[in-house]
Design a protein around this ligand. Structure first.
Ligand SMILES: [Zn+2]
Length: 262
């Protein structure tokens, strides 16, 4: 059945939802919401793949986060195995995060770039979109993607999650065939309005990034996929569209980028 909304980036796993995982997934299902459940390290990636097997309204994205997986030695073979499982629709969240780095900064940056490159290569090899995490590193992510674009062409694609760059950055990502997603932050931080307006309606997605940053009017609560409707409402308001029109477009956008089968 065609969903009402797609939360294209959430973290539903037993460590973030120790007591209420089943309930949160059921609530999303009752609200006709599909969730792209995103891993941030190998253990979580395995879990999101298992959950996608168990719950019809969940899909899995597997990868290694630049900050949340610093102790992990990236093992391509293990991730490649996960990527061949059913309902695994993307690689991530991966990318670069240079926000407040401390210690051996150059070494940390090198490690992040090397792990990111391996995931870009996996995404190309498996013909999957990337789910990119980028913080204070837009130039570097653009440089790396630009390099791969030359040989990979349209196979290289994906989404910049929790986009917080400039309009110029946004345009460069669009030129590379990437989309951008926004979280509940847009419901209470007016500085996102211009960006949301700028990103074309057929290149934008809504996400919760749950359990973090619940949208208004749920601020302070633990975030969950059902709240994605608040992100969609705010996006519709900013873009001057009805919620129905925009949500239909958002479902189509996610379906197109992640090749969702409905
Ligand atoms: Zn995330």
């Amino acid at each position: 059945m065609r969903p009402e909304h797609i939360d294209i980036h959430g973290h539903l796993n037993s460590s973030d939802f120790p007591n209420d995982l089943e309930e949160v997934i059921r609530r999303a299902n009752e609200n006709n919401i599909i969730v792209l459940n995103v891993g941030t390290n190998y253990g979580q990636s395995k879990e999101v793949v298992d959950l996608a097997q168990k719950y019809e309204n969940l899909y899995a994205v597997v990868g290694s986060h630049p900050i949340d997986s610093v102790d992990e030695k990236f093992d391509e073979t293990k991730y490649a195995e996960l990527l061949s499982r059913p309902k695994v629709v993307g690689v991530g969240e991966c990318g670069l995060d240079f926000f407040r780095l401390e210690g051996e900064v150059e070494k940390i940056k090198e490690r992040q770039e090397s792990v990111f490159r391996k995931q870009v290569e996996l995404a190309i090899r498996f013909d999957k979109p990337l789910m990119i995490h980028c913080r204070d590193a837009y130039e570097d992510v653009l440089r790396i993607l630009g390099e791969y674009k030359k040989t990979a062409g349209q196979t290289l694609r994906g989404n910049i999650h929790f986009f917080a760059g400039t309009k110029a950055d946004a345009q460069k990502f669009l030129d590379l065939g990437f989309t951008m997603s926004f979280t509940g932050v847009i419901t209470f931080a007016p500085q996102y309005e211009e960006l949301v307006k700028f990103v074309p309606t057929d290149k934008i997605h809504a996400e919760t990034d749950c359990p973090y940053v619940a949208p208004a009017p749920h601020r302070g609560e633990k975030n969950e996929p059902s709240f994605v409707v608040e992100v969609v409402k705010k996006m519709a308001e900013i873009k001057g569209l009805s919620v129905e029109t925009l949500s239909a477009q958002l479902v189509e956008n996610a379906q197109k980028m992640f090749r969702l089968p409905f």
